[in-house]
Design a protein around this ligand. Structure first.
Ligand SMILES: Nc1nc2c(ncn2[C@@H]2O[C@H](COP(=O)(O)OP(=O)(O)OP(=O)(O)O)[C@@H](O)[C@H]2O)c(=O)[nH]1
Length: 905
């Protein structure tokens, strides 16, 4: 981390200068201007401060209330409005009773019922006893009274004596006798009742007793009924649970049933308790009852029930939990997801946190995570494609297609580097594609269709180097048949194996072509033997893989190979509708001056016509012109035919699907959606990268990064290189492509390279003038490559710290073409101005058109006025002719030599 100005820091973290200034002051560092330096130490302080505040934010606690209470105004039956407290519980957990426990409980309850019955009987007995005793006491009192009246007479005589006393009225003895007790009776007068009174009392008591017994009987019956009902419910539940798989029962599918039964049990037990309580206090006054009711009400209020509800002793149907069908696109914002489940966003964020994802409500989560959340919350996730409009378009297109016919096979030639793929294709086409290719390698996918005696065959020309693995696998997907080229003198190599894997993964049939059979060192049997180790057993060896021995040099066996391709195609019964809107795949795309975006595409279904509205990747436009692989204008292209189209506003990514649409509005809608999605993804990647670069570089001294900024001429190369560079990362060194793109190296690339300490690599592109100036000022090294493995090897070497001196190109001078004349001797000759360095006659040159390499070769002549010269310096005019290339006004001629240079990536 070197000292940097505030502006540089701001560029580095993609913030405004003022934002960085604010962060600096927030971090307690002195305020400073845009160009003031921030020392290494201060940067560390700033990062520590940012990290701390970032960390604090992450660790903030999120607490959730398990229930919420709100007040609602409702209109009562009297018409008055009143406030009602509404409590919403977010989750209700009901534990399924264990059937064994339930059985135990039933037994216990039966026992309790028996005991209660026994107790009731005992109580009844006791009451009987008490009654008996009371009667006895009454009889004893009567006897005592009689004894008092009859003096010493035996009890058996008492009745008689009493009647005598009553009858013998008026006698003296009787009078005397009457006198004495009269006194006594006078003394106990309040206790002695008349016969009428006694009768009334006895009647009352008998009535009371009768009522008591009726009441006791009613209570007993009620208690028995309640218990019976409870037991029945429990039995039912026990039966229900024992019928089912206990594990399956844990599922939340039946919370309703559980809730219902649970509440029923609670209600019934509560009722039972009340009955028992009332039974034990049968004489309780109304006041006491009211008190008890009040207590219940308070208790119920505590449990969140309204008193009116609590006093209604009946089953209330619980509010049914609604299971939502939640549609989830490829990405969904957390708050949207919560809304679709009718829950609070923070419930979702909390659940996400439990799953280890710290996401805020306004952030997006992917479809898989969202589906998990929805399931977890008991709803149904329904994954939907964000591309519904696209799907509808597709459907509409499908409907319009008809006339299914046999189509030509699409063939991809694969194999190890230098095993002869391009030569084979050349031989088939009888052209010279291989000549003029930098480094002898096919640099990007091209497609060609050839007419053989046996019909049309379309070849996808995939490159041989490992860097194109990504494209090759895509090529295999658009491919019907893979030709595996293996050099007879070299045998199976890593990319041969890779090709077999790709073909197998995509289910594409293989045809083996053993090449270079003209060589004396050819050993086809060894090759066939080696192939069996990858389970590729050719027909010659008793397997089912067709094989041809060929020579791309002499043409030997080529006819046989084409025959095999046609046979295989016939076996596969390849068909496609020829009528209706075209659909296919983008093979390659590039920007060309004067022509705009050029896309090579392969039609898979339908017919593409000039003037069709094409939607390809994020772009749509009318096909202005179409050319075949030879550059000839064509008006239409049917299934399996590759063409180049003009008319798209930009370059769609290689491998993206294209579709002809009739509705421009829909095309725009889909294109805009795709563009937004792409921008979002890009932004996400950048943010991640910047964060990573801020935090990863700190405290991870043992892990180093090689930051790369990469610019290429075409997208296919860019993607292939990105894939290859990514694969280079090791545990110690991580390759990080912090920016990449198609087109010349611009000033902004140099600025980014400077601030992020990145290496600037250009593949078949050059820096524009502003970028060159900036790179010179900042001392940034820009490296240019024309051969993929040259670039990969350099990066690899830099990573392993083995940058030995190496022969590398050094640009010696640049001349700009100002005029072009015809010369009988050289064809086209160019009038130039040397704008940089010196132009030498005997050195190698490159022609740059729009800062992309258009040609590499030699100067044929270099003149100042009429004289042949060996060199021309900067600021001077000269005339030159280039061998094998027609230069144009505006081209730049770059003169270079190979030098031995110490590598310093
Ligand atoms: N003798 C002989 N040489 C061959 C034959 N086929 C290809 N070659 C040579 O092998 C070298 C590589 O051939 P290419 O066609 O460029 O190989 P490629 O597999 O396309 O290579 P990349 O594009 O680099 O992957 C060239 O020098 C060819 O001349 C053949 O059948 N016989």
């Amino acid at each position: 981390m070197a000292d940097k100005t505030v502006k540089e820091l701001a560029d580095m973290v993609s913030k405004t200068v003022s934002a960085v200034q604010k962060q600096l002051t927030d971090a307690g560092l002195p305020a400073r201007g845009e160009d003031d330096l921030v020392t290494e130490l201060e940067q560390e302080q700033l990062v520590a401060f940012l990290k701390q505040s970032h960390g604090q934010k992450e660790k903030r606690r999120i607490s959730l209330k398990s229930k919420t209470t709100s007040t609602a105004r409702v209109t009562g039956s009297s018409g008055k409005s009143k406030s009602v407290n509404v409590e919403v519980r977010k989750k209700k957990v009901f534990e399924k009773p264990d059937p064994n426990k339930l059985a135990e409980e039933i037994a216990a309850r039966e026992q309790a019922a028996l005991e209660a019955k026994k107790r009731a009987e005992e109580e009844a007995k006791k009451r009987e006893q008490v009654k008996k005793e009371a009667e006895e006491r009454q009889a004893a009192t009567l006897a005592a009274m009689r004894a008092n009246l009859g003096g010493g007479s035996s009890s058996s005589d008492k009745k008689e004596e009493l009647s005598t006393v009553v009858v013998k009225k008026g006698s003296k003895a009787a009078a005397a006798a009457k006198e004495a007790p009269k006194k006594k009776v006078a003394q106990t007068k309040p206790k002695v009742e008349t016969a009428a009174e006694r009768k009334a009392r006895e009647t009352r008591e008998a009535e009371e007793e009768r009522l008591r017994q009726i009441e006791a009987e009613t209570r007993r019956k009620q208690a028995e009924e309640a218990q019976k009902k409870t037991l029945e419910q429990m039995r039912k539940m026990a039966g229900k649970y024992s019928d089912k798989d206990p594990v399956a029962e844990v599922r939340k599918d039946e919370p309703l049933a559980e809730g219902l039964v649970g509440e029923a049990l609670e209600e019934s037990f509560e009722k039972e308790r009340r009955e028992i309580k009332r039974g034990s206090a049968s004489t309780a006054t109304r006041g006491r009852r009211r008190k008890g009711q009040e207590e219940r009400e308070i208790r119920n209020r505590k449990h969140g029930l309204k008193s009116s509800q609590a006093s209604q002793h009946k089953f209330e149907k619980p509010v049914e939990k609604i299971v939502h069908d939640v549609e989830i696109g490829e990405q969904i914002v957390v708050s949207d997801l919560a809304q679709r489940m009718a829950v609070k966003a923070r419930e979702v964020t909390k659940l996400l946190m439990k799953m280890g994802e710290i996401v805020s409500a306004d952030q997006e989560i992917d479809q898989a995570t969202a589906s998990l959340i929805v399931e977890e919350m008991g709803h149904n996730p329904i994954p939907v494609s964000d591309t519904k409009v696209e799907d509808d378009l597709q459907e509409a297109v499908e409907e319009r297609r008809s006339n299914v016919q046999t189509r030509p096979p699409v063939v991809t030639i694969m194999g190890h580097v230098d095993h002869g793929k391009t030569s084979l294709l050349d031989k088939i086409r009888e052209t010279k594609v291989a000549t003029g290719e930098a480094g002898g390698i096919t640099q990007h996918i091209g497609a060609y269709h050839v007419e053989t005696d046996r019909g049309v065959i379309t070849f996808l020309d995939t490159p041989g180097h490992a860097a194109f693995t990504a494209m090759r696998s895509r090529g295999a997907q658009a491919t019907d048949i893979v030709i595996l080229v293996v050099a007879a003198d070299d045998g199976m190599m890593p990319q041969t194996e890779e090709a077999i894997d790709h073909a197998r993964a995509s289910g594409t049939p293989l045809i083996v072509a053993i090449n270079k059979m003209d060589k004396s060192t050819a050993d086809p049997d060894r090759v066939l033997n080696e192939l069996t180790t990858k389970e590729v057993v050719t027909e010659a060896w008793g397997g089912d893989v067709p094989m041809a021995k060929i020579s791309a040099k002499t043409g030997e066996g080529i006819d046989e190979l084409l025959e095999l391709i046609n046979l295989q195609a016939e076996l596969m019964e390849l068909e496609a509708p020829t009528d209706g809107a075209a659909q296919g795949v983008v093979i390659e795309s590039r920007l060309e001056k004067g022509r705009g975006a050029v896309a090579s595409i392969l039609v898979k279904k339908g017919t593409l016509n000039q003037g069709d509205l094409v939607l390809a990747g994020e772009f749509y436009g009318k096909v202005r012109a179409m050319t075949d692989e030879t550059g000839k204008r064509v008006k239409s292209a049917g299934p399996s035919i590759p063409v180049e189209i003009l008319g798209l506003p930009d370059t769609p990514a290689a491998g993206s699907e294209f579709l002809v649409v009739s509705d421009e509005k829909k095309a725009r809608e889909v294109a805009e959606f795709r563009a937004t999605r792409e921008r979002e993804r890009q932004l996400e990647r950048q943010n991640k990268m910047r964060l990573e670069s801020m935090f990863e570089q700190m405290g991870q001294d043992d892990l180093s990064f090689l930051n790369i900024i990469l610019k290429t001429d075409v997208r296919g190369t860019l993607e292939a290189l990105l894939a290859a560079l990514e694969d280079l990362s090791t545990d110690e060194v991580k390759v990080k492509v912090i920016s990449s793109g198609v087109g010349p190296i611009a000033e902004s690339d140099v600025t980014l390279a400077e601030s992020s300490e990145a290496v600037l690599l250009g593949f078949n592109v050059r820096a524009d003038n502003a970028a060159k100036r900036k790179a010179d000022e900042a001392g940034i090294d820009i490296r240019y490559y024309s051969v993929i493995y040259g670039l990969i090897d350099d990066v690899k070497a830099a990573m392993s710290g083995m940058l030995s001196p190496e022969h590398r190109e050094k640009i010696l001078g640049i001349a700009e073409v100002r005029d072009v004349f015809r010369s009988s001797k050289f064809g086209a000759a160019a009038g130039c101005m040397v704008v940089e360095g010196t132009i030498y006659r005997n050195k190698s040159i490159r022609v740059l058109r729009d800062d992309k390499v258009a040609f590499t070769g030699q100067l044929q002549s270099l003149r100042r006025y009429k004289d042949d010269v060996n060199e021309v310096r900067s600021g001077m005019e000269c005339g030159l002719a280039v061998r094998g290339y027609d230069v144009e006004v505006g081209d730049k001629i770059e003169v270079f030599e190979i030098q031995e240079i110490q590598r310093t990536i």
